[in-house]
Ligand binder design. Structure first.
Ligand SMILES: Nc1nc2c(ncn2[C@@H]2O[C@H](COP(=O)(O)OP(=O)(O)OP(=O)(O)O)[C@@H](O)[C@H]2O)c(=O)[nH]1
Ligand SMILES: [K+]
Ligand SMILES: [Mg+2]
Length: 441
């Protein structure tokens, strides 16, 4: 028999109210024991919670959700008790005494998934909603939890199952008059249309993943250009050591910012030069790697130096920025590559930085802001859509010559989409997804 589980569903620590939730076949019996009878389904009831020996636990507001119309699809009881640690402990003890066990992380959601209350992407959306710290994250998670990705992937999968049936019909009952081109004519266009949808879904500049995981910026430049000073200004704290000694920063120092409603990770890096020792060389290597992988690069140039750092401009791409720093000591004009923004600033005098920030916020909104369609939000989604697309491209190329091989490829694509939504159940995928949840969800 399935265990009946419980967990504190509200945050830990002292609060006005704490919510403890129980789910499973024994939830009703235990609720009835402690509250002296079941409340009416889905109606709040104020009751005394009493141990079987007659001693009182608390006065509580109780909710009874008989399955399957509950969060998990099982019988669920909710205890809204006073939020003191001793009250919570007393209720937990009473639940354990009745044979209930503490839930594993994500176990409530996993049961909801197992009972068909949500698909895997909706469960991920729920986890993201609980973790959401910005408006963009909240909206994205809410849409995903509401089934935006589930319905898209589900529709693709349905269409593929239909196409597969057509292909398999062709293999099993080859019509004398029906030349192989007949199959290409029937199965080709829907496969092509699906490939186009998948390509468009993937070609979103990683918008959803950046909203969820953060947009990354690498601050790079020669030693003493003012990179650490700049990152401290952006973070509004002394995150990195600033000194007039070139080569001060050796490791990557990352700060987390919220700008224009998006999470941004800005990385301070070691000054780029011929390193004087192995540690600095490693720092420079890390700086270059980060510059390569970041979503945006900000190149700091010290305009007070006799020879301006022109060497690193080649690392910039459209959408990046040059910060001409220390304009309190000098000035310079510099030709920047097409599509690269340029700002004259003095970090120590806080000059020109508002213009940079306004530009940055505009860039974030332009790159991550509201497109209509729901974006994929995890690397897991990207990998599986890519795998499905690869199989379909293969299937298209085999359709005319080897329909049975094309069918196998379509099957592979169906399986990839099934892994996305959890329609094919793969224990290790589920373990991975649900283990990232917090306890009580
Ligand atoms: N006058 C002036 N000095 C600045 C400005 N910005 C930074 N500095 C100074 O320049 C020196 C180097 O600043 P850092 O922020 O440590 O430079 P960095 O690019 O991080 O240097 P490394 O970590 O060594 O690569 C410090 O003495 C700063 O106070 C500026 O706008 N004007
Ligand atoms: K320095
Ligand atoms: Mg530094």
């Amino acid at each position: 028999m399935t265990d009946t589980i419980f967990a504190l569903a509200s945050g830990a620590g002292r609060a006005g109210i704490a919510v403890v939730r129980a789910s499973g076949p024994d939830a009703g019996r235990v609720l009835s024991v402690l509250a002296d009878g079941l409340p009416a389904p889905r109606r709040a009831a104020l009751r005394a919670l009493t141990r079987p020996d007659g001693t009182t636990i608390d006065t509580a507001l109780l909710l009874w959700f008989p399955g399957p119309a509950s969060f998990t699809g099982e019988d669920v009881a909710e205890f809204h008790i006073h939020g003191g640690p001793a009250v919570i402990a007393a209720l937990i003890e009473a639940l354990m005494a009745e044979g209930l066990r503490p839930a594993e992380p994500g176990e409530f959601s996993r049961r909801a998934f197992a009972h068909g209350r949500m698909d895997l992407t909706e469960a991920e959306g729920l986890a993201d909603l609980i973790d959401a710290e910005t408006e963009a994250q909240r909206l994205q998670a809410l849409a995903q939890m509401g089934g935006a990705l589930a319905s898209l992937y589900g529709e693709w999968r349905e269409a593929l199952i239909e196409t597969l049936a057509a292909i398999e019909g062709e293999i099993d009952f080859p019509d004398e008059d029906d030349v192989p081109e007949g199959l290409s004519e029937r199965a080709g266009p829907p496969l092509q249309a699906l490939c186009a949808s998948m390509r468009a879904h993937l070609a979103d500049n990683h918008r959803g993943e950046r909203i969820r995981d953060g947009f990354t910026i690498a601050v790079i430049g020669e030693p003493n250009a003012g990179k650490s000073s700049f990152i401290n200004y952006m973070a509004n704290r002394e995150a990195a050591i600033v000194s007039d000694i070139p080569g001060t920063t050796r490791d990557i120092v990352e700060v987390r910012l919220i700008r224009a409603g998006f999470v941004v990770y800005m990385a301070d890096t070691a000054g780029l030069r011929e390193a004087s020792d192995t540690i600095e060389a490693e720092g420079v290597r890390r700086a270059l790697a980060r510059a390569e992988s970041a979503d945006m690069r900000c190149l700091m140039i010290d305009v007070s130096r006799e020879t301006l750092d022109m060497a690193h401009i080649a690392m910039l791409r459209p959408g990046d920025a040059v910060l001409l720093n220390k304009t309190d000591l000098g000035s310079a004009v510099l030709a920047v590559p097409e599509g690269v923004a340029s700002f004259a600033v003095s970090v120590t005098q806080a000059v020109g930085l508002q213009a940079f920030n306004a530009w940055l916020d505009g860039e974030l909104v332009a790159r991550l802001g509201g497109a209509e369609a729901a974006p994929l939000s995890r690397a897991r989604h990207r990998q599986l859509v890519e795998r499905a697309l690869g199989s379909l491209e293969e299937a298209l190329s085999l359709l005319a010559s080897r329909p049975e091989l094309a069918g196998a490829e379509v099957n592979r694509a169906i399986r990839a989409l099934g892994e996305l939504t959890g329609a094919v159940d793969i224990e290790d995928v589920l373990d991975r997804v649900f283990s990232q949840f917090c306890i009580g969800k």
